[in-house]
Design a protein around this ligand. Structure first.
Ligand SMILES: Cc1cc2nc3c(=O)[nH]c(=O)nc-3n(C[C@H](O)[C@H](O)[C@H](O)COP(=O)(O)OP(=O)(O)OC[C@H]3O[C@@H](n4cnc5c(N)ncnc54)[C@H](O)[C@@H]3O)c2cc1C
Length: 483
């Protein structure tokens, strides 16, 4: 098969039967018609269609080495600098489509799978079958153009004790038994974004395991279809209120559901397992395979697109109400420009300093990408803050599309005009600003960016520990000694 069209994605979704609990009901099919999901599902279908558009197909696809068909560029194993550029350009096309608001477009997990499969020998250390399994799974995902999501962390019950100790070890998803064909998983994982409308769930290693014998049942990596028997999702209240695009321009398109994941004796066949019972290997899963690098390459491309969007939005806002000339406004705009240029520089440096890893994959330099992923969770928080400060009361003068067409039309025309826009145009712009900085959708975006790669506090701890500061200490010491 080849890169899918939107129609093909929707057909597969219609045929799958994931169990999703939402607002007191259980959905067991027809996800694409459900009011909580249908709009974002349409957006995902648009992404698949872009792979076939005259404008983007050359960027978004390449020729499969096995089938000779066009397949998604995010599956491309980079060997040359041009490959890395092609991958980044493809990430950018999809990220631009949602202004960076979709965090789980297929290219995110595809990038991970590409790196994991290239490092099949690393998986084979534990068992040659695991190396073969990850290779086969990557090929399947590539050829069927699967949309995967992932779930990593144990439920947030008591973070004072390890996941393995929650409720006597009976809470976090774990291997409860093995049979001739595979393993059986019970318990829960905290969250999976887009779970209701993904094709597959990647259940990958959790936050660092300690490598003790008790960790064994919690040490695994596998992939299962979203409608595997016993797999249940509990979705949070949707932030897409099924309102017109004019009124909720972002939430009505880009509302990715987040779900708690419950495993009720879920059977995972051995051929879908990539690691089992090996805590030490699980701890090296992302770093030793370069998976984290390729995922971060995709994410920094997405956050660059998001920052471009915020810069465009803030510029239209400040022009509209004539506040461009004030110095503190320029200071805020300069902050967004600086963030954008910093991200672009990180991406460029990562690609310029790329090296072939031990598995023959041209891998971007991690140092700049690591800096970017440690910075952005905090930098992003400033954007809604700036938009709120500059938008001020205009963010409350936001009647709906029906008002613009209804009895208030003349008042809106007269009193809500701006320096550069008519009343209806200004309301439309400010609704977009509102959905970026005040709405429930915008709050979830800020939370998402903050926790995207994990808790920034613990990430900072790991970052400091892993960064080689010896040369700098030595230099300062030498200076002291010279005095
Ligand atoms: C919108 C959204 C979507 C998400 N989507 C996914 C997804 O698709 N798949 C997935 O696997 N995960 C997803 N996550 C989860 C994400 O990976 C976690 O939020 C992140 O790893 C932090 O873990 P936590 O939420 O359990 O926070 P916790 O670990 O519970 O932390 C809560 C607070 O306690 C502090 N704290 C807790 N333990 C410690 C400690 N040991 N040391 C210091 N401080 C501590 C933290 O600093 C933090 O302030 C998503 C999260 C959000 C918000």
């Amino acid at each position: 098969m080849a890169a899918r069209t939107g129609k093909e994605y929707l057909e597969r979704l219609a045929a799958s039967r994931p169990t999703v609990h939402i607002q007191g009901e259980t959905v067991t099919g027809g996800i694409q018609d459900h009011p909580a999901f249908r709009n974002v599902v349409q957006t995902y279908a648009e992404l698949f269609d872009l792979q076939h558009s005259d404008e983007h197909k050359d960027t978004l696809t390449y020729t499969s080495p096995t089938s000779g068909e066009p397949v998604g560029t995010s599956f491309l194993t980079p060997k040359t600098p041009d490959d890395l550029v092609k991958r980044r350009n493809a990430f950018k096309v999809w990220a631009d489509h949602s202004n960076g608001m979709l965090g789980r477009t297929g290219d995110y997990m595809n990038s991970s799978l590409m790196a994991l499969a290239s490092a099949a020998d690393w998986f084979a250390q534990a068992n040659p079958a695991f190396g073969e399994n990850i290779r086969c799974y990557y090929e399947k995902a590539r050829e069927e153009d699967l949309l995967c999501t992932h779930t990593l962390i144990p439920p947030q019950v008591n973070r004072a004790v390890a996941g393995t100790q929650q409720a006597g070890g009976k809470l976090a998803a774990r291997i409860v038994r093995e049979d001739d064909n595979g393993v059986v998983i019970s318990g829960a994982r905290m969250l999976a974004t887009i779970a209701p409308f993904a094709d597959e769930m990647l259940v990958f290693p959790s936050t660092v395991l300690r490598g003790t014998p008790e960790d064994k049942p919690y040490s695994y990596a596998f992939a299962i279809p979203n409608d595997t028997p016993g797999l249940r999702y509990i979705a949070r209240e949707p932030l897409d209120y099924d309102r017109p695009r004019h009124d909720h321009p972002l939430a009505s398109r880009f509302e990715e559901s987040d779900c708690v994941v419950v495993f009720d004796d879920v059977h995972v066949p051995y051929e879908r397992c990539f690691a089992l019972g090996d805590a030490e290997l699980c701890n090296g899963f992302y770093s030793q395979t370069s998976s984290v690098v390729h995922m971060t390459h995709q994410v920094v491309t997405r956050t660059t697109a998001k920052t471009e969007y915020v810069l465009g939005l803030v510029s239209l806002l400040t022009e509209a109400i004539g506040i461009e000339q004030f110095q503190h406004v320029q200071d805020d705009i300069a902050e967004i420009i600086t963030t954008l240029e910093t991200l672009r520089a990180f991406l460029r440096a990562a690609e310029a300093d790329a090296e072939v890893n031990e598995y023959g994959v041209l891998t971007p330099a991690f140092a700049p990408l690591n800096a970017a992923r440690n910075l952005y969770p905090k930098l992003y928080q400033r954007f809604p803050q700036i938009l709120r400060k500059l938008g001020a009361s205009g963010l409350m003068a936001t009647p709906t599309e029906l008002d613009i067409q209804g009895p208030a039309a003349a008042d809106i025309e007269a009193y809500l005009q701006s320096a550069t826009l008519s009343g209806p145009e200004r309301v439309k712009l400010f609704r977009l600003v509102w959905d970026t900085c005040i709405s429930a959708f915008s709050s979830r975006q800020a939370l998402y960016e903050y926790y995207f790669f994990g808790d920034p506090v613990r990430m900072a701890g790991a970052y400091v520990k892993s960064y080689d500061r010896e040369p700098y200490k030595a230099r300062v010491q030498a200076f002291l000694d010279r005095a």
